[in-house]
Write a protein that binds this ligand. Structure first.
Ligand code: SAH
Ligand code: SF4
Ligand code: F3S
Length: 486
């Protein structure tokens, strides 16, 4: 008789960017192979993992507070294992044990493949474990690079909010070293994954029923892989992934303004499965601030890039990030950021108050001299402007059809606990806009047209047109994907 291993229950909390969401998916996939099963509370779990982000102090403090909430649980159940993984684990290392002494495990994002082995060791009584990657100056470049490569091909569709969409990492790390940013330290050197690995993973995802692939990199459009005399760039990856049957949509985030080449834009224009959507953070509209941030472009470079996007793909939607209150930012600098946002008319913008990060150039070189209340005020002012513009841009879709990849029931429908197959459904348009309509659960995973009747800052509201058309609709140019007033 074979003895089945007892199931271990895993609870995982994920903060941060898409990279972390993908990392969590893969850690769960690998632990499932070891007999773990997901559970939705720390209380019911044997192993509790926090996948963490270090990009701002506030994010870290929130995570440490969440971890601290487990103190009593851990006291009454010392056999439960608490682990901290991700960027904060890499950045704080030993400090995690000092700030939260009951933590058993610290694992950086480049060492995630070691988690299951380390959990076994802890279970066997070996005590606390830590696995982190090398620092940017801790050895020769090859060793540093290798220490930041974690595993990728263990895909688990059940871990994704919808099995029809998946992230696919094409690049590790970052070498841009923007002066405010901790990511080049936590994620290590920029390195492209090999095209063969990327294509194999894309095919695997398509075989699992995935329809939309989002290629991930910190500066995804800087992707480059050199093998002998052969150089592969993002445009080449798009062309090959475009050929894979079953994949209907391809997106890529996040873009670096300086590397938004005309060749890449033309490729996106010419490949119907590529979304005309670019997240390409401006960060600031002041040349002086951009120079202190070491972003590597000026406002006029950024505007020239916008012009390139607009003239190549007139229907493209562009999204941005901004940091307000960066060191030395004056009222005039901030006004220039408002001006840039006004001119660019972003689909949406993420706005962050500058947060000093130890180990960065900005922390060493510039005082954090913009008072908190000024940062707060600028945050609100910029958000009001970018929201007003986003609302105007969304209203241009009213009266038009958009092609939607259906994700499933909307949050509202899940909250209402609708009974039966008729539900409020949600999906995204080709240009990444959120669309909701009254539909049917069975629509999940389909590409379908939706007629838009109303909109607000974040959402387009529509209905299924009376005359349906084919599922292969991605190849059709739909009216609302063009600038409506063009
Ligand atoms: N690699 C991506 C995003 C990295 S982090 C890119 O370069 O676009 C996501 C966003 O967090 C950044 O775009 C930036 O707007 C913000 N950010 C990064 N470091 C920050 C800091 N120290 N304080 C406030 N916001 C920060
Ligand atoms: Fe950070 Fe700049 Fe790299 Fe983005 S490009 S991850 S902001 S250093
Ligand atoms: Fe945060 Fe790390 Fe992503 S710092 S934003 S989780 S790369």
């Amino acid at each position: 008789m074979t003895e089945s291993k007892p199931t271990k229950r895993l609870y995982i909390e994920t903060a941060g960017c898409q990279m972390n969401i993908l990392d969590s998916e893969m850690v769960v996939a690998s632990l499932r192979r070891q007999g773990y099963e997901l559970t939705n509370s720390a209380e019911s779990a044997d192993t509790i993992l926090f996948n963490t982000c270090s990009v701002r102090e506030h994010t870290e403090e929130k995570t440490y507070n969440h971890i601290a909430l487990l103190r009593d649980l851990k006291r009454s159940h010392p056999e439960k294992i608490v682990g901290v993984m991700g960027c904060m684990a890499q950045k704080d290392q030993q400090l995690v044990f000092e700030r939260a002494p009951f933590v058993d495990l610290v694992v950086g994002p480049g060492q995630l493949h070691s988690i299951s082995g380390l959990l076994e060791k802890i279970n066997a009584g070996a005590g606390r474990q830590m696995a982190v990657s090398l620092g940017r100056r801790d050895g020769n470049q090859d060793d540093i690079r290798r220490s930041h490569e974690s595993f990728d091909p263990l895909r688990d569709p059940t871990m994704r909010p919808t099995p029809y969409q998946a992230y696919l990492r094409i690049q590790y790390g970052c070498d841009k070293f923007c002066t405010y940013c901790v990511v080049p330290m936590t994620r290590g050197p920029e390195q492209g994954r090999s095209p063969e690995q990327i294509y194999a993973e894309a095919r695997q995802l398509a075989d699992q029923g995935c329809k939309e692939i989002v290629l991930l990199g910190q500066t995804v459009n800087s992707y480059k892989y050199v093998e002998g005399s052969c150089v592969t760039r993002l445009a080449d990856l798009l062309e090959t992934i475009h050929e894979i049957d079953g994949i209907c949509r391809i997106k890529f985030v996040t873009n670096y303004p300086k590397d938004m080449s005309i060749e890449l834009l033309q490729t996106v224009r010419d490949l119907p499965k590529c979304s005309p959507y670019f997240h390409v953070p401006a960060q600031s509209g002041s040349d002086a601030v951009l120079a202190r941030m070491k972003r590597g472009y000026t406002v006029s470079d950024y505007m020239a890039m916008m012009e390139r996007i607009e003239s190549t793909i007139p229907q493209a939607a562009v999204a941005s990030d901004f940091i307000v209150g960066f060191c030395g930012e004056t009222d005039e600098d901030f006004q220039q950021t408002l001006d840039l946002a006004e001119r660019c008319r972003f689909k949406n913008s993420f706005i962050f108050k500058y947060s000093v990060r130890s180990g960065t150039k900005a922390a060493q070189l510039f005082p954090d001299d913009v008072p908190e209340h000024v940062k707060q005020h600028r945050n609100i002012e910029l958000l009001e402007l970018t929201n007003r513009i986003a609302e105007q841009e969304n209203s241009r879709f009213i009266g038009n059809k958009v092609e939607v990849l259906v994700e499933g029931p909307s949050k509202l429908s899940l909250r209402r606990d609708d009974i039966g197959p008729m539900r409020q459904m949600t999906g995204r348009s080709r240009c990444d806009r959120i669309v909701v309509w009254e539909g049917n659960e069975r629509q999940a995973g389909q590409l379908m047209p939706i007629s838009i009747h109303d909109s607000n800052v974040h959402t387009l509201f529509g209905s299924v047109p009376t005359q349906q058309f084919s599922r292969d609709v991605y190849a059709m140019p739909l009216v609302a994907n063009r600038r409506v007033d063009a």
